[in-house]
Design a protein around this ligand. Structure first.
Ligand code: ATP
Ligand code: MG
Length: 429
């Protein structure tokens, strides 16, 4: 039997990984300017963490989680990052150490969904969580941070920001009743899932991708009319700050998102480019002011977002090529191999990327290998060079060759590699 990768799980080979690294670096640098530091939590958590926080009647919990029992524990491979981070925040009593915490994370998530372009079973998210700030400034600042990361940091245009408010728990309950009243007369026009969830969690119908549910949702009541005074003031504050920041957004009163933990502000970043088909949402997030308390912690408000890295990579322009060796060392005989290794080590200690040819053979073959790798210089070490205490250095692009004393070779080559690296590509030497 031929063993292949698990369906919906992708290998990222080094040619592609260079683009991933560029995105990850842009993410880390960007959010660091807003005060976010990385947290790393386990990939496995107790199943109850997700089923309680994400919600028993969500698609993620009902159908998508990879859960199993082992050594007496019910475990789940994390489908998202927010619940685990919140669990860690409570477990380590982080609120006693600092009033406001800003955490970022980046890593694989797992959901047993039907694979499609931009939809995988192992996928990667980068996200941020902000704990301890209840005000609308936090919401607006986070939305602006995401938009400038996409636009300036990653060079992705054609992004639409969609915004809604779900209000606090009381509003949710009233909205639930309004939705049950609205959907009940058309119950048999809904998808099977939605019929089943109608009583328990009618908000899910608004988030359904089934065309029958989409059609039925068109005239659904707006939650914005049910917001109480404090919720409405918060939402107005978020919009006012976004206006001040010149962030354009669309208020979408039917935006509810797939996880149950959200309160108040909810947002989504969608590409209008058409490149991702039905998977056009690239970032999702919102407030979850009750989660920390729900996990047994103090009453600490929170807001966060997660972005789908594969989807953003599809939209990110520009090629990113792998780094090439600056120096290729070609030993021409067995006697020269040890000296070649020593030179390689000494160059690397000086910060240079080096490959030492271990396959041997004729000089011509080794020069071809150096060229194929895109090396800048090839150092040729033969018996004659060793006897004279020199190394031959071939400038592969400039087609020049000279000799340098072997004793100084590491310093000389490191200086040449540095000078080369500071030249724009293609510049004549
Ligand atoms: P969708 O509506 O596309 O299923 P979602 O509402 O389930 O997304 P979230 O749980 O909010 O998504 O996750 C945030 C982001 O993570 C999404 O906007 C998307 O970019 C990405 N994402 C979610 N699920 C997947 C997946 N299965 N494969 C790839 N990316 C995903
Ligand atoms: Mg989903």
């Amino acid at each position: 039997m031929e063993l292949r990768a698990v369906k919906g799980m992708n290998d990222i080979l080094p040619d592609e990984a260079a683009r991933w690294q560029r995105l990850e670096q842009a993410f880390r640098e960007h959010v660091a300017r807003y005060g976010y530091d990385e947290v790393r939590t386990p990939i496995l958590e107790h199943t109850a963490l997700f089923s309680r926080q994400i919600g028993e009647t969500t698609d993620v919990v009902e159908k998508e989680m990879y859960s199993f029992a082992r050594h007496g524990d019910e475990l789940t491979v994390r489908p998202e990052g927010t619940a685990g981070a919140a669990r860690a925040y409570v477990e380590h009593k982080v609120h006693t150490k600092e009033p406001v915490s800003r955490w970022s994370y980046l890593g694989p998530m797992f959901r047993g969904e039907r694979p499609a372009k931009g939809r995988y079973r192992q996928f990667y998210q980068a996200g941020c969580e902000l704990y301890g700030d209840a005000g609308p400034l936090a919401d607006a600042e986070m939305i602006e941070m995401i938009l400038s990361l996409l636009n300036q940091g990653l060079g992705i245009g054609n992004i639409e920001v969609r915004l809604n408010s779900l209000g606090a728990a009381g509003t949710r309950a009233r909205y639930r009743d309004a939705l049950v009243a609205y959907f009940t007369p058309m119950k048999d026009k809904l998808s099977e899932d939605s019929q089943r969830r109608l009583e328990k969690n009618p908000l899910r119908i608004l988030d359904s991708k089934d065309p029958r549910d989409r059609e039925a949702s068109k005239g659904a009541p707006s939650i914005l009319e049910l917001l109480d005074e404090a919720d409405a003031a918060h939402f107005a504050g978020v919009r006012r700050h976004l206006d001040a920041l010149d962030v354009r957004y669309i208020v979408d009163p039917t935006l509810v998102r797939g996880l149950d933990y959200y309160t108040r502000t909810l947002f989504e970043f969608v590409t209008t480019s058409g490149d991702l088909g039905a998977q056009s949402t690239v970032v999702g997030g919102g407030r979850y002011d009750n989660m920390i308390e729900g996990l047994g912690g103090p009453s600490v408000p929170a807001i966060g977002f997660a972005m789908g890295i594969e989807r953003l990579l599809t939209l990110m322009p520009g090629e990113v090529s792998r780094e090439r060796p600056a120096v290729y060392v070609a030993p021409l005989s067995d006697a020269c191999t040890s000296r070649a290794l020593v030179l390689g080590r000494d160059l690397r200690a000086r910060g240079v990327r080096v490959e030492v040819d271990g396959r041997g053979g004729r000089l011509k073959a080794m020069l071809r290998r150096a060229d194929a790798l895109g090396a800048k210089f090839c150092v040729i070490l033969g018996d004659g060079e060793l006897e004279r205490g020199v190394a031959s250095v071939k400038d592969l692009a400039g087609h020049k060759q000279d000799e340098v004393p072997l004793a100084d070779a590491a310093d000389v080559l490191a200086a040449r590699a540095r000078a080369e690296a500071s030249l724009p590509p293609g510049e004549a030497r």
